[in-house]
Design a binder for this molecule. Structure first.
Ligand code: BDR
Ligand code: CA
Length: 314
């Protein structure tokens, strides 16, 4: 039986790749996409999610629109210099034929999780607002999901949205702190591993040589995103963020994890959004009573990028 997953996403170039990677993996049954602000506003994230499913020939998969703003503060706004004005590398695609379901993302998540206890894996690859709202709506989802595998955070390395914080977590630290504190198994696939996983020029060329609609879309959206990385970081190609969370669901053996409870800095200071593992011989009270998260600390990056290419090729 393929494993049921819901991808909570802010597409986003790397979100698009992660969605395609999951759709092309027979071990996974993508039962829905839920959308969130982050790379773009939630309305555009929703349009993009619908478009991506149509490109993949899977328009029957439901899309539920999520929150427009973080749980406590206002949304900081999109990042067109990373993902393009349209979140898809400035392709400015025609509108999708389909539309989102009438439920909110949080309602959709609660309904799906409670309808299939122990079966649904949540894969958030954007800010964690919808997951926080779903927990508030129905706290029992924590006992009823299979697990949560999220892209976000930076435990033992610098951030990317600030020196301390990774972008998804920094976009809604309060929601992230709720998610890390709930009684479920969270796996954090953060910058500790994604900044060690590079999709380089050879692999990008290999995508360009493929002749299917998914690979063609990837090839069209990558140049704008790649330019951002090559301008800002000492790499050729792109860091593999969101697809790394999908890779963990497919094959956790690609990663080495360490287990710590996690707190998120929700103050207004310079470290807002920093994910702090509770290290040290004795846990301080702020971490006490929290479940241990799996924090990915090492990755077999070569096998990971090969696995994704193999799936997109198939
Ligand atoms: C995360 O931020 C977004 O730009 C990406 O889609 C990814 O989810 C990386 O920090
Ligand atoms: Ca994302």
């Amino acid at each position: 039986m393929p494993r049921k997953i819901i991808i909570d996403t802010d597409p986003g170039v790397d979100d698009a790749m992660a969605i395609f990677f999951a759709l092309k993996s027979p071990e996974l049954d993508v039962i829905g996409l839920t959308t969130i602000f982050g790379n773009v506003h939630t309305d555009l994230a929703t349009v993009n999610a619908l478009r991506l499913l149509e490109i993949a020939g899977r328009p029957e998969i439901p899309v539920a629109k999520g929150a427009d703003d973080p749980m406590v503060r206002d949304y900081d706004g999109p990042v067109p210099y990373v993902h393009g004005d349209d979140g898809q590398g400035n392709l400015h695609l025609p509108p999708p034929a389909g539309r989102a379901v009438d439920q909110t993302a949080a309602e959709f998540i609660v309904e799906q999780v409670m309808a299939a206890p122990g079966e649904v894996t949540l894969v958030p690859v954007g800010p964690l607002t919808n997951i926080g709202l779903a927990l508030r709506l129905e706290p029992r989802i924590a006992q009823n999901v299979r697990e949560v595998v999220l892209m976000g955070g930076a435990a033992f390395c610098p951030g990317n949205a600030s020196p301390a914080a990774e972008a998804n977590i920094r976009n809604d630290p309060e929601a992230a702190d709720l998610v890390f504190g709930a009684p479920w198994q969270v796996t954090m696939v953060g910058l500790d591993v994604t900044h060690n996983t590079i999709l380089g020029p050879d692999h990008i060329d290999a995508y360009a040589a493929l002749d299917n609609p998914i690979a063609r879309h990837i090839t069209r959206i990558l140049p704008h995103y790649r330019k951002f990385f090559e301008d800002w970081y000492p790499i050729q190609g792109i860091y593999v963020h969101d697809s790394s969370a999908v890779a963990y669901v497919l094959d956790p053996a690609l990663f080495k994890v360490e287990r710590y409870p996690v707190r998120v800095d929700c103050t207004s200071g310079i470290s807002r959004g920093k994910t702090w593992p509770g290290t040290g011989r004795r846990l301080l009270p702020d971490w006490e009573g929290r479940p241990a998260a799996n924090i990915c600390v090492e990755v077999d990056a070569h096998r990971l990028v090969e696995l994704e290419l193999e799936r997109i090729r198939a």
